[in-house]
Design a binder for this molecule. Structure first.
Ligand SMILES: *[C@@H]1O[C@H](CO)[C@@H](O)[C@H](O)[C@H]1NC(C)=O
Length: 285
């Protein structure tokens, strides 16, 4: 239920906050001769800063220059938005299937298994894309900070002129998109357990575990009773005993039966040395 409401909602927050972002920087340039100019620079998702250009005042003879920002931050941003959109679509689809196609979903246990695998994959994608996007965002902040702007503008590199940043980009939305990325990761990762329980593999796994435990227990008992009879052929004893424990787990055999029923086993062994009383396990039930 948690997943039905929050997974699509948080995914929307993640891609809307990142994909809908646009930031603005305003720098005031004041030349030595008091000529002023405000330079506004806008940039937006997908943050291909090397394509963002603007006109800047050159203080000499009042000319202008075209300046480009530096850096391409698009790959991580687009990866993050892609993962968010896909997670959003998948969680919607899963909800629709779960509610309206319950029978198809349960058929051959296919739905729950697929859902569990997809949940694991999306948890991984959320983590990787959020980490990459967080790292890219810190690079983006550096590429658009005050110091970097003043380096890019020729007028500002000249210490005779005054440069002042009037407006810095607001990072709140992008910070929140990173936070939503990690929130989504914890939501999907936490849901792995519930998706796994839905598959029912959990229960069959436990059955298997308890069976092998009881086998182990019966086997140690067998070993003990075996060793009192058979002192030389331990290797063969092991084989006998593993067959026997199989029988034991099905509950038909409570103790080793000494019988002469199956001489084939003896021939297979191939070493007719004296080894005291041999034990043969009656396999026919
Ligand atoms: C630049 O912006 C500042 C603050 O908004 C304003 O006071 C100033 O007049 C502007 N200068 C120009 C040349 O537009």
């Amino acid at each position: 239920m948690c997943m039905v409401i929050f997974a699509p909602l948080f995914a929307v927050f993640a891609f809307a906050l990142c994909g809908g972002y646009s930031g603005q920087i305003t720098v005031k340039v004041e030349c030595l001769d008091k000529t002023q100019s405000n330079i506004s620079i806008r940039f937006a998702y997908p943050f291909r800063l090397q394509q963002v250009h603007f006109n800047a005042l050159l203080c000499e003879r009042k000319r202008h220059e075209t300046v480009f920002l530096e850096g391409d931050y698009s790959s991580s941003a687009q990866f993050f938005v892609t993962v968010s959109v896909l997670a959003f679509l998948y969680s919607l689809l899963a909800t629709v299937v779960y509610i309206f196609y319950q029978n198809k979903y349960r058929e051959k246990n296919r739905g729950p298994v697929v859902d569990c695998l997809v949940t694991v994959v999306f948890s991984g994608l959320w983590f990787v894309s959020s980490v990459a996007w967080a790292k890219t965002l810190s690079g983006l902040k550096k590429a658009t900070d005050v110091g970097q702007m003043q380096l890019l503008l020729s007028a500002c590199r000249d210490p005779e002129n005054l440069c002042e940043t009037l407006q810095e980009p607001a990072w709140t939305n992008l910070n929140m998109s990173v936070a939503f990325g990690f929130l989504n990761f914890s939501l999907w990762a936490g849901n792995i357990w519930f998706a796994y329980k839905e598959t029912g593999l959990h229960n069959s796994g436990q059955r298997h575990l308890s069976r092998s435990l009881s086998e182990k227990r019966s086997s140690s008992f067998r070993q003990y009773s075996q060793s009192s009879f058979d002192q030389s052929g331990t290797g063969f004893g092991q084989r006998l005993y593993s067959q026997a424990s199989f029988d034991l787990s099905s509950g038909n055999l409570s103790l080793p039966q000494t019988t002469l029923g199956q001489p084939m086993l003896y021939r297979q062994m191939g070493s007719p040395t004296s080894r005291g009383p041999l034990i043969f396990i009656n396999e026919s039930q």
